[in-house]
Design a protein. Structure first.
Length: 513
């Protein structure tokens, strides 16, 4: 079978075609240039002894070189873990250690992170590269690859991402799929098959990626469009006006969003929204967080029936899809399964009927496991093999899935999963805190924001000063997105005598129902 689903095939057929374009004009790579850089990177990985199944990690912003590093790892048959650039050094180091990375690439645009990482990284990690500049203790990635040929490796088994999914409690969990087991490009990925089937993506597609590439969906959709030979337009960071301008300037045909981006674009002045020619855009895909019905309806009114939605997770155990017509006929749905079969199950493991709310499970889809945590893997599966992402919802009479709660306790901030136990663990250690619960409350722009409910050592101290102190205390120890933006105080939190916190009561009270 011809290995055609990778940049090397596109480079041979259309070497001068743009493969990656930065939306701000800061740079671009043709398919020939992408292939050459990815080949050099793959040879660098092999030269330090990394072979199929070994691991690299990267903490890189949305810059031109991000995807060449990914393709270099794929060409070398490696696992690669992209890590959020918003994490604290010890949070990054935990993931680097947990995934077993033998090499790390850090962005020179993150000098404080690069400087502070050293004391947290495992001793076994021997190879540290910096991309796009200099950093003490790191070797320049550009210098490291300069001496390597830009020809393909003799053998190129396909590598895979291993990304981290935040659960409802505890630290992030790595999702380690089996390697594809075939030479690079011998067949398209499962996601590539889906984007062809659902969105008719092909070599003529121009895909806009406005979200951070370290997230699963943005990175995987970019890889999928490179497998097809399309052009990927990357925004360094999302800005509503610049996103509309990018669609017009680059004649974007398909783009992926999260609901908070819709909200910010809808809040633009009418004149700004009408100023840009969006006629090239034929598919707008959204996921990552529940989209308010009113927001989606307004987007459909503005852009027309081109808005597609899906529900899936980093675990890859299923894929639920709603076309524009599906959603208009079933407002609020996330669709029907196109990969796997959806079941809604109660706490006793009994499958529920239409309209009954329970935990969402998939059967007949890809299997997954959480790296190094068989207990959590078991918790996500029923004895019959069905697996869950931990979300709550129901099926309607026509088999369309509706989400009730995006993970029972997980907070979705601008499409990013935030698990509250980390902030709870930090705030519990504050000397003025007796007990604490962290929940998500509605935010008109970002979907949800983090809120802490605190039982202080003395209610006499409760007030704005203590609120500011606790927020600052948390931000000193965790990335800002994980920390509360507001704090409420009360005499006692609702706990069972066994110690179990009735968080659902707090959620109902502070979310307004």
């Amino acid at each position: 079978m011809t290995a055609r689903f990778h940049p090397g095939h596109q480079a041979a057929a259309t070497p001068d075609k743009p493969a990656i374009v930065m939306s701000d004009g800061s740079g671009s790579l043709t398919y020939a240039a992408l292939e050459a850089m990815a080949n050099r990177i793959s040879r660098l990985f092999r030269s330090i002894g990394l072979g199929p199944g070994d691991h690299v990690a990267l903490v890189v912003t949305n810059r031109l070189e991000f995807l060449p590093v990914v393709w270099g790892a794929r060409y070398a048959g490696l696992y690669y873990t992209a890590i959020s650039t918003r994490l604290m050094p010890h949070e990054v180091a935990y993931i680097v250690d947990d995934c077993g990375a033998a090499a790390l690439v850090v962005d020179a645009a993150l000098p404080e992170l690069a400087a502070d990482l050293g004391e947290h990284l495992p001793d076994r990690l021997e190879h540290h590269w910096v991309l796009g500049g200099e950093a003490p203790g790191y070797q320049s990635l550009e210098d490291a690859i300069a001496g390597h040929a830009d020809e393909p490796l003799d053998d190129r088994p396909t590598g895979s991402d291993m990304l981290y999914s935040s659960g409802t409690t505890g630290r992030p969990k790595g999702v380690k799929p089996p390697l594809p087991g075939h030479p690079i490009g011998a067949e398209p990925s499962t996601l590539t098959k889906l984007v062809v089937r659902l969105f008719a993506s092909d070599a003529d597609s121009v895909y806009l990626s406005p979200a951070p590439l370290y997230h699963a969906a943005p990175m995987r959709y970019c890889v999928a469009h490179h497998e097809l030979g399309g052009t990927v337009v990357v925004m360094p960071r999302f800005d509503p006006t610049e996103a509309l301008a990018a669609i017009e300037h680059h004649r974007v045909t398909i783009a992926q969003w999260v609901p908070t981006m819709f909200v910010r674009m809808l809040k633009l002045p009418p004149g700004e929204r009408k100023r840009h020619d969006l006629s090239s855009l034929r598919v707008a895909v959204h996921a990552a967080a529940p989209c308010p019905i009113e927001v989606k309806q307004r987007m459909l009114d503005w852009w027309g029936p081109i808005i597609h939605e899906y529900y899936a997770g980093t675990e890859g155990n299923g894929f639920v899809y709603a076309s524009p017509d599906d959603w208009l006929a079933h407002p609020g749905t996330v669709g029907r399964a196109v990969l796997g079969t959806v079941h809604v199950v109660d706490d006793d493991g009994r499958e529920l009927g239409p309209g009954e709310t329970g935990t969402i499970y998939f059967s007949d889809g890809p299997r997954f496991r959480y790296h190094g945590d068989e207990a959590k893997t078991a918790e996500a599966h029923l004895p019959n093999g069905w697996s869950t992402l931990g979300d709550i919802g129901h099926l309607d009479a026509d088999g369309f899935l509706h989400l009730t709660d995006r993970r029972a306790h997980t907070i979705i901030v601008g499409g990013v999963n935030v698990y509250p136990q980390e902030a709870e663990n930090v705030l519990t250690l504050h000397p003025k805190v007796v007990d604490v619960a962290v929940i998500g409350v509605p935010d008109p722009e970002r979907g949800e924001q983090v809120k802490a409910i605190v039982q202080p050592t003395s209610m006499d101290e409760a007030g704005p000063d203590l609120e500011a102190e606790l927020i600052a205390y948390c931000r000193e120890r965790l990335s800002g997105m994980k920390c509360p933006r507001s704090v409420a105080f009360r005499d006692e939190l609702p706990r069972h005598p066994t110690g179990k916190l009735f968080k659902r009561l707090l959620v109902a009270e502070y979310r307004g129902g």
